[in-house]
Ligand binder design. Structure first.
Ligand code: ADP
Length: 373
């Protein structure tokens, strides 16, 4: 009896525990089911998105690829056609054409092309100039030969007439004016010949200070008025006393200094100061010569042209003085330049290489015949 009662109690307990377990299992199952449901939904959304993406890629892929191919082809084709066009322009003789608007590697190619075109332009220009100079030289030599003797005859005859006692003062003045004009033509002929067929420099060891001093002494007194006149030309010399000797053609240097000094004097019709300076740049092995004036100066419009042959702003100028000077200086391996002074007037600067006798080329006697006296 007691066992049966206990058995029943135990059975009830087990039942209660069993039903608890069933409830717990039921709760867990429903929770798992919810989670599973949510995950399945999320996975289905992902799959659907992937499907859309794959669809877009399949449809748009070829279109994008074709578009990119077009862009790439054009990116190559345009610069190539620009370069081709530039080459054709160059071939047709248009050496001033430059390639523009290209970037990256094509930009570098364009820069190289432009450099090549500029170098060709420069070379062509130099060749044309050399040809012109040869022609002008031959013409000038012929002209001088033809004109020299008749001109000397005319001048001699006029000088004889001028000496005649029975001519009036008025006639004498006219003759004197005519003789001046003949002398001007003679000097122009010589300048032309000098420019067109420049003599080769005959190099000697020279102290530039001495040549400059001698040229100033010989030229300025005749061109300036009395020292106390308001139109007087004052000379200031800043010569470097330790200037080394250098190999130059003294006659050509004299000619250059004379041109610069005469220009300076002519630029100061109301008087002024000419400052002549020399100094050495030992590190660069250079001799610097500066001739400055307080005259009218050189305005920007003409500063590019003043060294060109036949450029003049003077009524009776030849426009050959600076062109000849530039030629002489360049034949010595030097440079000449001009600049406007801030305080007014102009400064002409010559830079010559400081050369010693053993470094200079041997003299050439064939070129001594053509020279301005
Ligand atoms: P020209 O003296 O026969 O005119 P140049 O070749 O010597 O020829 O000079 C060319 C031009 O340069 C001059 O006509 C003048 O306009 C200008 N020039 C030269 N030197 C000076 C200077 N010191 N000041 C102002 N202008 C100058």
């Amino acid at each position: 009896m007691s066992n049966a009662t206990r058995m029943e109690e135990e059975a009830n307990k087990v039942l209660a525990e069993g039903s608890k377990l069933v409830n717990l299992l039921h709760d867990m199952t429903s929770l798992t089911h919810d989670r599973l449901e949510k995950r399945t939904q999320a996975t289905l959304v992902k799959i659907s998105n992937m499907k859309t993406l794959i669809f877009i890629l399949i449809v748009l892929g070829p279109i994008v690829a074709i578009g990119m191919a077009i862009v790439c082809t054009q990116g190559l084709a345009r610069p190539l056609s620009v370069l081709l066009q530039a080459t054709r322009k160059l071939k047709s003789g248009d050496l001033s054409f430059r390639v523009q608007g290209l970037t990256d590697e094509f930009g570098e190619m364009a820069a190289a092309f432009n450099e090549m075109a500029a170098a060709l332009h420069e070379q062509m220009h130099n060749m044309q100039r050399a040809e012109q100079m040869t022609m002008v030289g031959e013409m000038a030599a012929g002209l001088v030969h033809e004109i020299k003797n008749p001109l000397a005859g005319i001048k001699g005859a006029m000088q004889v007439f001028q000496e005649e006692a029975d001519i009036s003062e008025e006639e004498r003045a006219i003759l004197s004016q005519a003789i001046d004009e003949v002398q001007r033509v003679e000097s122009l002929m010589k300048s032309l010949l000098n420019f067109a067929k420049p003599p080769k420099p005959q190099l000697l060891p020279v102290n530039i200070n001495d040549v400059l001093e001698a040229t100033i002494n010989a030229s300025i007194p005749y061109s300036s008025s009395a020292p106390d006149s308001p139109k007087a030309i004052r000379i200031v010399k800043h010569f470097d006393p330790h200037l080394p000797m250098t190999m130059v053609d003294p006659l050509e240097m004299q000619q250059v200094f004379l041109n610069l000094l005469m220009n300076a004097v002519q630029a100061m019709p109301s008087g002024g100061t000419v400052t002549a300076t020399t100094f050495e740049n030992a590190a660069a092995k250079e001799i610097h010569i500066e001739i400055a004036d307080t005259g009218m100066g050189i305005n920007d419009e003409i500063s590019e042209k003043i060294f060109q042959p036949f450029f003049t702003t003077k009524n009776k100028g030849t426009g050959l003085g600076l062109a000849i000077s530039k030629q002489f200086i360049e034949m010595h391996g030097g440079t000449i330049s001009a600049e406007k002074n801030p305080a007014g007037g102009a400064t002409f600067r010559i830079i010559l290489p400081c050369t010693q006798a053993e470094e200079a080329p041997l003299p050439d006697q064939d070129h001594r015949d053509v020279r301005i006296a």
